[in-house]
Design a protein around this ligand. Structure first.
Ligand SMILES: [Zn+2]
Length: 321
């Protein structure tokens, strides 16, 4: 029998680190979770512990960290991470290889999630995938002809900061009218608050008056019950999603667009208007081929994808391609 092959993938977030031991079939054999801590020295200690505990007792070929923010792939260093400042500038690869003895790779977290869906999830049957994750922000990743698009520095695939509306709402990145400012969970909550203020007697207005806020989950819950205000908020976000996707469909001609993240739980309430915009705006034949579907791996996509991107000292993916 061939020797079992394992890799460890880490999904390093602003509040937690998830570390998983994964086999060639994308089976998650062990998962450890740790809180993300504030200082660079403590963060390195936590990452070391996560790697060591996820590897424990198994022969692990390599480890990959999916990290938030802009990375310099050649230097394996994070240069800008607004949600995890402590990780900026740390020589992650050198330091963790020295401490753990495993080959370490650093990838952008959304690119890792895209690779997870490509290898084991919604894109596992195709060679060309566009992945967007709609959460508080919007992340993305592109696989074209089986290759992950990284760009010159490893920062490629930042689909969430494509400008869709020149004078639109301000984005966290400083620009206006980004995909993220129009179709993220935060954008949905902002529109729901605006509607609640404008119509205090509406269902959204009542929720806002009772709890002081309107969460994205609440908007989805109300929309499922047919509340017209909540439905309109999701339809508007879905239309912006589709306007963004139509551009990506024209550029990348993917077989599948997979939509993940917390907002995708709204299902067709957001995906149906998105598909309609793609059909109206993208060009034939790309628009006729593409299928816009929900991602299937949920929150595990980043960890599974990171494991699948782990490379040994020769640069080969230890879980195969
Ligand atoms: Zn932006």
């Amino acid at each position: 029998m061939a020797e079992a092959v394992y890799a460890v993938g880490l999904d390093v977030g602003g509040t937690k680190i998830a570390a998983g031991l994964v086999d060639r079939d994308g089976e998650l054999l062990r998962e450890e979770r740790y809180p993300t801590v504030g200082s660079p020295a403590k963060l390195l200690d936590a990452l070391e512990r996560a790697v060591v505990e996820a590897c424990e007792g198994q022969s692990v070929g390599a480890v990959c960290l999916g990290v938030p923010g802009l990375i310099m792939a050649r230097e394996n260093r994070v240069v800008f991470s607004p949600n995890l400042r402590a990780i900026e500038g740390i020589p992650l690869k050198d330091e963790l290889e020295h401490r753990t003895g495993s080959p370490i790779t650093i990838e952008n977290d959304a690119n890792a999630a895209a690779w997870g869906e490509f290898r084991f999830g919604a894109g596992s049957g195709v060679d060309n995938l566009v992945f967007v994750t709609l959460g508080t922000g919007v992340g993305g990743g592109i696989i074209t002809e089986g290759l992950l698009l990284r760009g010159a520095h490893g920062s490629g695939g930042e689909l969430g900061h494509t400008t869709l509306h020149a004078t639109g709402p301000r984005c966290t990145c400083g620009n206006r009218g980004c995909f993220e400012a129009l179709a993220s969970g935060s954008a949905i909550e902002r529109r729901a608050r605006e509607l609640a203020r404008a119509e205090p007697g509406s269902a959204l207005g009542k929720v806002a008056a009772e709890s002081g806020e309107v969460s994205g989950e609440e908007v989805t819950r109300l929309a499922r019950r047919g509340d017209p205000g909540a439905v309109s908020v999701l339809r508007e976000a879905g239309r912006w999603l589709g306007i963004g996707l139509a551009g990506f469909v024209n550029v990348f001609n993917p077989e599948v667009v997979a939509v993940g993240g917390g907002v995708s739980a709204a299902g067709d309430l957001i995906l149906a208007p998105a598909r309609e915009e793609v059909r109206l705006r993208a060009r034939s034949p790309s628009r006729d081929l593409v299928e816009v579907r929900e991602a299937t791996l949920g929150a595990a996509s980043g960890m599974l994808g990171a494991a699948a991107l782990a490379r040994d000292a020769s640069g080969a993916y230890v879980l195969g391609e």
